[in-house]
Design a protein around this ligand. Structure first.
Ligand SMILES: N=CN[C@@H](CCC(=O)O)C(=O)O
Ligand SMILES: [Mn+2]
Ligand SMILES: [Mn+2]
Length: 305
């Protein structure tokens, strides 16, 4: 069953004694000049099907809670919170379609949309929404993730492990996919070999331990040859110490400062129309550490021009 929930009012700490510049993210929600829209996809049907640890359906609420009290940047503009799609049941398909239907008009109205997942099945809804909003556009996909998520669709049906396989099936000619932060040990040779056959650009986590430099050429190239970029960030790319609250924590992972530098480089292309942050699993989090990490990235995606 799919339920659409209007956004709850944003609340948080206010410091009026410090004047007009003491703004936090919760103050930016709903401002009239908002160039960016936010929508939650409260779903973990894909993770369940992918034999993972459920809990991603609680992701949007946890990210919003950690985001609310972060300080706003200087000279901030607002963002529009479009609410949450909540999905119950075993099949993520109807929820992914509903996400696409909600996203397309948001993308027509706002310069950028941010989706808070959900497992990585979020991506199949996200991409379809962008495709509807931009028919005929060349869409490049930048996935910051330990995993390829190009599994073949098994008897159980599509899952959080299959979204980029589904996208390629829908648009084989236009499929242009880069994965940054891949953990070799987290992807079988069947998947790595499929990625090679499909021409997926991959930068492994080993190359992204100290700086993000190894990822910049891939980002610049995919940005240059596409009209729009869909940026998808799977929190399990981070080390388990930084992001314990995911279905599949990474023993190695890559550091947050590298993820932030990669995100900044993708944003610098000026072509990011759609982004999502996926795989937060609040029941497995520790003192909101992963939610707070996700909130830092969300703040950047909501406020970057
Ligand atoms: N979206 C997650 N994808 C990973 C999960 C791996 C795991 O659960 O260990 C995948 O299917 O490869
Ligand atoms: Mn993933
Ligand atoms: Mn992953």
């Amino acid at each position: 069953m799919i339920e659409f929930r209007d956004p709850s009012p944003w609340t948080g700490r206010s410091d009026p004694e410090d004047g007009d510049l003491a703004l936090r993210m919760h103050h930016l929600a709903g401002r009239a000049d908002a160039p960016v829209a936010l929508i939650g996809f409260a779903c973990d049907a894909g993770v369940r099907r992918n034999k993972g640890n459920p809990g991603a359906a609680e992701g949007p609420a946890a990210i919003r809670a950690s985001l609310a009290n972060l300080a706003a940047p200087g000279d901030p503009r607002g963002f529009h919170d479009a609410g949450d799609l909540t999905l119950t049941g075993e099949d993520p398909g109807p929820g992914q379609q509903a996400l696409a239907e909600h996203l397309a008009p948001l993308l027509a109205r706002y310069g950028r949309a941010l989706v808070l997942g959900g497992g990585h099945e979020t991506a199949w809804g996200s991409w379809q929404g962008l495709r509807r909003a931009l028919p005929g556009a060349r869409i490049g996909i930048v996935n910051i993730d330990a995993h390829l998520d190009i599994r073949a669709i098994g008897p159980a049906g599509p899952s959080s492990g299959t979204p980029f396989h589904q996208i390629r099936e829908a648009d084989p000619e236009g499929f242009d996919y880069a994965v940054l932060g891949l953990a070799e040990e987290g992807n079988t040779e069947a998947l790595r070999s499929r990625a090679r056959d499909w021409g997926v650009a991959i930068i492994e986590d080993h190359a992204l331990q100290i700086t993000a430099d190894a990822g910049f050429a891939v980002i610049d190239a995919i940005s240059a040859r596409n009209d729009a970029i869909y940026l998808t960030i799977d929190l399990d790319v981070l080390p388990a110490a930084q992001a314990p609250g995911v279905s599949a924590p990474a023993a190695r992972g890559m550091p947050l400062h590298v993820v932030e530098a990669l995100v900044a480089r993708v944003l610098a292309s000026g072509k990011v129309r759609l982004a999502d942050i996926v795989e937060l699993c609040p029941p497995r989090d520790q003192n909101d550490r992963t939610a707070r990490t996700a909130a830092l990235i969300a703040r950047r995606l909501l406020t970057a021009s």
